[in-house]
Ligand binder design. Structure first.
Ligand SMILES: N[C@@H](CCC(=O)N[C@@H](CS)C(=O)NCC(=O)O)C(=O)O
Length: 208
């Protein structure tokens, strides 16, 4: 099995956390921002990473890769629990990929690509407001549970890179939401966080 990925891409990072948590070994090809890898160009109509290869199967949607791995390795517990719990995990996974991802992306792109590595005040304020609202909503959904699934799940795999990128790029955790802060601390203490953390990002975010 082979994974083409860009280490700081949240969709790729999610798959890498899943692989580490599930103890699945794959051959990794890391690509750089803006790089057009010929294997990806030839096999992925979207031209995006991650791209996952298992024999003659080629998958290019990160959520599909996660579902495939969970099916292929049912002993991994990242999609376990009752139908209700698994549906909730899928829902949070989708919320993270879409709503959370879209709320943060313009800001992260501007910080990453601008010469002073800083967003405009206006973009910072609007992104920060959306980010705090999302944290509030996630805290309500998490409630008193340790994780969004039956245990550490695909929902955590999806959310953790988004949180880590937000913090690495200068956004903050909200002051309230103690349950969500504890959840975040619980997740970043796991070996899968250090083991997947992109070397291009600042490393001080475990202070939270
Ligand atoms: N829906 C895709 C999104 C993947 C995606 O947008 N990847 C970005 C990197 S974070 C990418 O490859 N962008 C390059 C491009 O669009 O050309 C997934 O979940 O795998």
């Amino acid at each position: 099995m082979k994974l083409y990925h860009r280490p700081d891409c949240p969709f790729c990072w999610k798959v890498r956390i899943f692989l580490i948590e599930a103890g699945i070994d794959v051959q990794e090809t890391a690509i750089k921002l803006g790089e057009r890898h010929p294997d990806i160009m030839a096999n992925n109509p979207n031209g995006t990473v991650p791209m996952f290869v298992d024999g003659d199967l080629i998958l290019w949607e990160s959520a599909v890769i996660i579902e495939y791995l969970a099916d292929k390795f049912p002993e991994s517990t990242l999609m376990s629990g009752s139908p209700k719990q698994r549906a909730e995990v899928r829902q949070i996974h989708s919320y993270s990929d879409h709503k959370l991802g879209k709320s943060l992306f313009p800001y992260i792109k501007q910080v990453r690509e601008s010469a002073p590595h800083k967003a405009t005040d206006e973009l910072y304020q609007s992104t920060s407001a959306a980010w705090h609202e999302i944290q509030k909503r996630l805290a309500i959904i998490l409630d008193r549970r340790d994780f969004f699934g039956a245990g550490f799940s695909a929902a955590e795999c999806a959310l953790i890179p988004r949180f880590a990128l937000a913090l690495a790029y200068g956004l903050t955790l909200s002051n309230g939401n103690h349950n969500l802060k504890e959840w975040f601390r619980r997740c970043v203490k796991r070996p899968s966080f250090a083991g997947s953390y992109p070397v291009t990002l600042p490393r001080d975010i475990t202070e939270y």
